[in-house]
Write a protein that binds this ligand. Structure first.
Ligand code: SF4
Length: 356
């Protein structure tokens, strides 16, 4: 491991100042992903700024819903009474992630910033456009290993079926929609699938001031810059996440399909929340994980379901709409079947019409 400087800060202003002053600086929160990246030389920092003492761990009610501080631990959010009562989809998604020990360390902001688990990304002897972009430089990432994408034509069982060069990027998909022939990695978080489904807002602070980003626009598709996972500007710090009040608490579910019952990333996951009046769907939110470079919102399926009866036939039609433009890369072709089946199952569980 290369030597690096280490600084501990206690205010957001000091954190922003520290990361702005020196290139090669990274924030250290729970460290549950960053330490792996350091140990494998995927990231070679000049300086780490420990932000664990920032006063950003509060979970509080607001006029619009709930505000969760960026430094709140995943386990604290999942166990919070207001989260369990009003946003059970978020609590379920958090508890589906990683292990109890990791959830006790991981923060909300860090969860959002975690990198893909594509195995080529973590092996510096293998080609990877995300780790070693074609155009390296201060603003374009560091050259670290061979360029190219090992997963395209390689081991890609866990990889994307949406948002890649030939796979669908539908016109109504919110946020940046750059397709990419350069990277087919998937975003690994469970929490973020719930947050995009719940129309969360990310509040950030940076050298140019404060701003709020709709969650669907926080993460990005790879396009020509696969090294860039999100739309944060240089020096920006995640301060909090806002959850607007909704009517989905009684009919929501996070379904995670994985290779083993615990401590595994999603092959496919589905987050669903519905507002039901008798059996008619007044409103619905649907999002998927394990299928794209960003949390994948199923806008067409949502629009189809609004006003419809909650029936298995309608759920199947919605799933068919959701899969338009999906493309497999060989080993991950099974997701083309697993994904729509999971959408139907998640909707059935959330509406309690039947257990799959
Ligand atoms: Fe790298 Fe992305 Fe290709 Fe994986 S899929 S090897 S992260 S460029």
């Amino acid at each position: 491991m290369n030597p690096f400087q280490f600084t501990r800060v206690t205010t957001p202003q000091a954190a922003i100042s520290a990361i702005t002053k020196q290139s090669g600086t990274y924030f250290l929160a729970g460290g549950t992903n960053l330490i792996d990246l350091l140990k494998r030389d995927v990231i070679i920092p000049e300086r780490l700024v420990d932000i664990n003492k920032l006063p950003l761990a509060t979970i509080e009610k607001t006029s619009m819903g709930l505000r969760i501080g960026a430094m709140a631990k995943n386990s604290a959010v999942a166990d919070h009474e207001l989260v369990k009562e009003q946003f059970p989809l978020l609590a379920q998604a958090l508890n589906a992630g990683a292990s109890a020990q990791l959830r006790n360390m991981a923060t909300v902001g860090g969860n959002m910033m975690q990198r893909t688990r594509c195995s080529y990304f973590y092996d510096t002897s293998m080609p990877c456009n995300k780790r070693s972009p074609v155009q390296a430089g201060p603003d374009k990432g560091q050259a670290n290993g061979p360029i190219g994408c090992g997963a395209i034509g390689g081991v890609n069982r866990m990889h994307a079926i949406f948002g890649t060069e030939t796979a669908g990027v539908r016109g109504t998909q919110p946020g940046p929609t750059d397709r990419s022939a350069k990277c087919i990695a998937v975003h690994p978080s469970d929490m973020c699938i719930a947050l995009v489904a719940l129309d969360a807002i990310v509040n950030v602070s940076g050298p140019k001031g404060d701003r709020s980003i709709p969650f669907a626009e926080f993460h990005r598709l790879p396009g020509d810059m696969p090294q860039k996972d999100n739309t944060l500007q240089p020096g920006e710090l995640i301060m909090s996440v806002d959850l607007p009040t909704n009517r989905f608490a009684d009919n929501s579910h996070y379904l995670k399909v994985r290779d083993r019952a615990s401590y595994a990333f999603a092959l496919v996951s589905v987050g669903v929340g519905l507002d039901l009046k008798r059996n008619t769907i007044q409103d619905v939110r649907l999002a998927m994980g394990g299928v794209a470079h960003k949390p994948w919102r199923l806008i067409e399926a949502e629009q189809f379901l609004k006003g419809k009866e909650a029936t298995e036939a309608n759920f199947k039609q919605a799933a068919t709409l959701a899969m338009q433009g999906a493309k497999g890369y060989g080993e991950n072709d099974f997701k083309l079947t697993l994904a729509p089946n999971s959408i139907v199952d998640a909707l059935k569980i959330a509406t309690k019409i039947a257990q799959p």
